[in-house]
Design a binder for this molecule. Sequence first.
Ligand SMILES: NC(=O)c1ccc[n+]([C@@H]2O[C@H](COP(=O)([O-])OP(=O)(O)OC[C@H]3O[C@@H](n4cnc5c(N)ncnc54)[C@H](O)[C@@H]3O)[C@@H](O)[C@H]2O)c1
Length: 245
Amino acid sequence: MRRTVFVTGAGHGIGAATARAFAEIGDDVVVTDIDTGAAEAVADEIRRSGGVATAHTLDVSMTAHWTRLSDELRNAGRPPGVVVNNAFLHIPGQAHEMDDEQWNRQLDVTLSGVWRSIRTFHDTLTSARGSMVNVSSVHALLAWPGYPAYAAAKGGIVALTRQLSFDYAPHVRVNAVLPGSIETRVWDAASQAGREAAARQATLGRLGRPEEVAAVIRFLASEDASYVTGVALAVDGGQTTTVAT
Ligand SMILES: NC(=O)c1ccc[n+]([C@@H]2O[C@H](COP(=O)([O-])OP(=O)(O)OC[C@H]3O[C@@H](n4cnc5c(N)ncnc54)[C@H](O)[C@@H]3O)[C@@H](O)[C@H]2O)c1
């Protein structure tokens, strides 16, 4: 049966790959992003390939955006049965260098976006016996220089995932993925040495592809994962299994 799958930050990278992955199996995909043009490009591409998708502007830190989009989807008879929280914001710098706005904004997008999603769609997820997948990071487990708010938000996502899996059981399964180094635009500015170091840190010896994360997200949201909830699954090529640098 066709599900309505709601993906945040779906205009680029892992979110876009996730939108395509659900569309490939016939789901109706709600492609949302703060970058409206990027969301439209992904939804257009899905439709051109024969899939079902619409594009919507959503800044996950804006409650009014969630409310407006929720009303629109309910009125259109498309209540989400799957929600993928993928949007994030990272502002580099050490903790003592952050002002209140920089710190709060990162938490508000990356962590509180997940809370806003369950507040908005707990009822549609419950009636669909649906599923939420939250995109955390290996930063929930390991430290790199200059990521204090990002690491706090990603660690928070793991704890919030566990909590939501408890609070909304048995009807809604809630899981997280922890990507390692994945080839998206976030790596565009990285040096060759930085990429090589990241590849070495993964026991599989390379960076991952967005599609490899999307496949795991799709699995966690599927009936094949019907007895899986509350987990934080690393999709990191083995990066968190070793102290290799
Ligand atoms: N690429 C990696 O190496 C890596 C590693 C670990 C975790 N992740 C996580 O994967 C997820 C996707 O990252 P990516 O690498 O695909 O990045 P990306 O920059 O390609 O995509 C992120 C998307 O989020 C959107 N976005 C930013 N702020 C938003 C907001 N306030 N509201 C809605 N959308 C917003 C952007 O427009 C963009 O489309 C993130 O949660 C990131 O933390 C990525």
